[in-house]
Design a protein around this ligand. Structure first.
Ligand code: GDP
Ligand code: IMO
Ligand code: MG
Length: 441
């Protein structure tokens, strides 16, 4: 009996999705990306014969390090093919077999150089409090063109004449925005066209009907993993709009972004940090000061190595926010949680959990929609005892300090979602299994 398992970030991204997807690949034949683009940064750490190797992935699914696992890029992903080719090259330089296992949907809209320039120029023009803090990779403008029905999609690359016409139309629109609105230099149509035609030859052998591929795998009884990027609180509809990314990052998108029926998704795993981080602008009710040595926020930033994978920016850090998590659990229909980075809290005297917000004098236990109202919410906390021992690299529940077990049980209680996995270090096997998502009925 096949099982399709969706892995979703439940906070503002960087929860450790890549590590857990990789860990789960010993039970799956394929991993599918279904939204976002190379704004994602997923880190995998694999130890072989005592030597650790780190892999940083942006577009290529986190199945690539496990031999024989197929990696699929679904129609919901916006694709920068120059970035894709350089990511393939980097992995091949590490002696991984990539091209035999990587498949790309012909329906992916392309991210062009002009999308990147528009993204960056718009961000530059915003006043400090309005800056979204995008990754500057052209994600927002590329999704705008998709919805406006003027994107160049992967399959357009294989009809050079029609491509030239579509590209000329699209770039005249982009150049109007760049020159007239953003006071920036225009892009050159021929330069972009020639580059696309060159890249097309490289990716042509990888282009495959991804819906059909997943369908066929399932028909053959194979398990498939759907790898979310970003997190539910960055979702274009359900997140802290406008401080969000430009795609749907919730579990339902696994269906639309890969061409798989929603009734085929069997289990939704919510990846959740034992505390909270956010990179970029926008409200963050449980945020702490991260610059004062000796404080919990400083420890999260320092021990948690909370720097963006893509932009190298310092991530903002704060206490675990059960209120935000409840919205995430609701909009994703979570089956179970995986709590990551528990080890980062080792040695703290006290650990807080935000259990509700105060908004206009009233207690709320589910966040309002949109950034304005969330920014007016005042977090209310309960305090738990910290632990003296270490949780780093612990692989069995019984070996966790009692206070750490109590903390995890409190998270289950306040969120109402069972914890099925706990991560205690960046390495693949630094993981505690409580119930295996592929083995639960
Ligand atoms: P993703 O975007 O959700 O895949 O997460 P990132 O890879 O951007 O960020 C998570 C970071 O935490 C990476 O550097 C991981 O190697 C690291 N990490 C993942 N799980 C753990 C854990 O349990 N403990 C520690 N200390 N680090 C972890
Ligand atoms: P992974 O998959 C954390 C954030 C950016 C910015 C906002 C919009 O590694 O968890 P965008 O470039 O998407 O238009 O930026 O979204 N953001 C992420 N934050 N992790 C990510 O991905 C992110 N991808 C985008 O920082 O606030
Ligand atoms: Mg990341």
């Amino acid at each position: 009996m096949k099982k399709n398992l969706v892995v979703i970030g439940t906070q503002w991204g960087d929860e450790g999705k890549g590590k857990i997807v990789d860990w789960l690949t010993d039970h799956a034949s394929a991993v599918v990306r279904f939204q976002g683009g190379h704004n994602a940064g997923h880190t995998l750490v694999i130890e072989t014969n005592g030597v650790q190797k780190e892999y940083k992935l942006n577009l290529i699914p986190s199945g690539i390090v496990r031999e024989g696992v197929e990696c699929l890029i679904g129609n919901g992903v916006v694709l920068d093919i120059n970035h894709l080719i350089s990511e393939i090259q980097t992995l091949e330089d590490d002696n991984l077999d990539v091209r035999n296992r990587l498949f790309i949907s012909p329906g992916c809209p392309l991210i062009l150089k002009s999308h990147v320039l528009i993204d960056q120029a718009r961000e530059e023009a915003r006043s400090t409090e309005k800056k979204i803090g995008t990754t500057g990779k052209g994600i927002g403008p590329a999704y705008e063109d998709k919805v406006a029905r003027r994107s160049i999609r992967v399959y357009d690359l294989f009809n050079p004449e029609a491509l030239k016409e579509k590209l000329t139309d699209l770039l005249s629109h982009h150049n109007f925005i760049l020159e007239q609105q953003l006071n920036a230099s225009p892009v050159n149509v021929d330069e972009i066209y020639n580059n696309l035609v060159e890249c097309a030859e490289v990716i042509k052998p990888l282009v495959t009907d991804i819906s059909k591929k997943i369908y066929d795998l399932n028909q053959a009884g194979e398990n498939v993993l759907f790898e979310g990027a970003q997190g539910a609180l960055l979702d274009i509809d359900h997140g802290t709009y406008p401080f969000v990314t430009s795609s749907n990052c919730v579990a339902g998108q696994a269906s639309a972004g890969s061409g798989t029926g929603p009734n085929q998704l069997d289990y939704i795993l919510g990846i959740t940090k034992a505390y909270t981080t956010r990179v970029g602008g926008g409200p963050f009710p449980s945020e702490l000061d991260i610059d004062e040595p000796g404080t919990p926020g400083y420890q999260m930033s320092d021990i948690g190595k909370e720097y963006g994978t893509v932009t190298k920016r310092k991530r903002r850090c704060g206490w675990f926010d059960a209120v935000a998590l409840k919205r995430s659990a609701m909009v994703n229909g979570l089956s179970g949680l995986c709590i990551t980075k528990l080890d980062v809290l080792d040695g703290l005297d006290e650990i807080k959990i935000c259990t509700h917000y105060e908004l206009d004098g009233k207690a709320v236990d589910i966040p309002p929609l949109g950034a304005e109202d969330v920014s007016r919410c005042k977090p209310q906390f309960i305090t738990m005892d910290g632990w003296n021992g270490t949780t780093f690299r612990v692989k069995k529940w019984e070996e966790l300090p009692t206070e750490a077990q109590n903390y995890l049980q409190k998270i289950e209680e306040v969120t109402g979602i069972p914890i099925h996995i706990v991560s205690t270090g960046p390495e693949r096997d630094e993981t505690i299994l409580i119930e295996h998502p592929f083995e639960i009925n």
